[in-house]
Design a protein around this ligand. Structure first.
Ligand code: SF4
Ligand code: SF4
Length: 89
């Protein structure tokens, strides 16, 4: 039988394993706002946002991302990268 401490440890470890280690990141300075990435992403992870006069893509719904890499490949200016998450806090 598992005691409470062992159970808590198990769930904590499981949660850590289930959290994504990588995430799609858009480097907004590079983005030209062409919208190719938002059109190709079938999970609708990416959205266009407007800040002051500039429109660029951003990954609003990371939890939906399958990390297929299509947006990375289609971006003409290489503004999208799969980055490593170093802290989930
Ligand atoms: S990696 Fe795939 S699922 Fe994730 S944002 Fe890019 S196109 Fe969408
Ligand atoms: S494909 Fe690249 S340049 Fe075009 S909107 Fe997406 S991130 Fe910006």
């Amino acid at each position: 039988m598992w005691n409470k401490e062992k159970k808590n440890g198990f769930w904590k470890k499981l949660q850590q394993l289930q959290q994504p280690r990588k995430a799609i990141y858009v480097f907004s300075e590079e983005c030209t706002g062409c919208r190719r990435c938002t059109q190709i992403c079938r999970h609708r992870v990416l959205s266009m946002v407007a800040v002051n006069d500039k429109i660029y893509a951003t990954a609003c719904r990371q939890e939906r991302c399958s990390q297929c890499g299509k947006c990375i490949v289609i971006c003409p200016v290489r503004a999208i990268k799969l980055v490593k998450i170093i802290n989930n806090d």
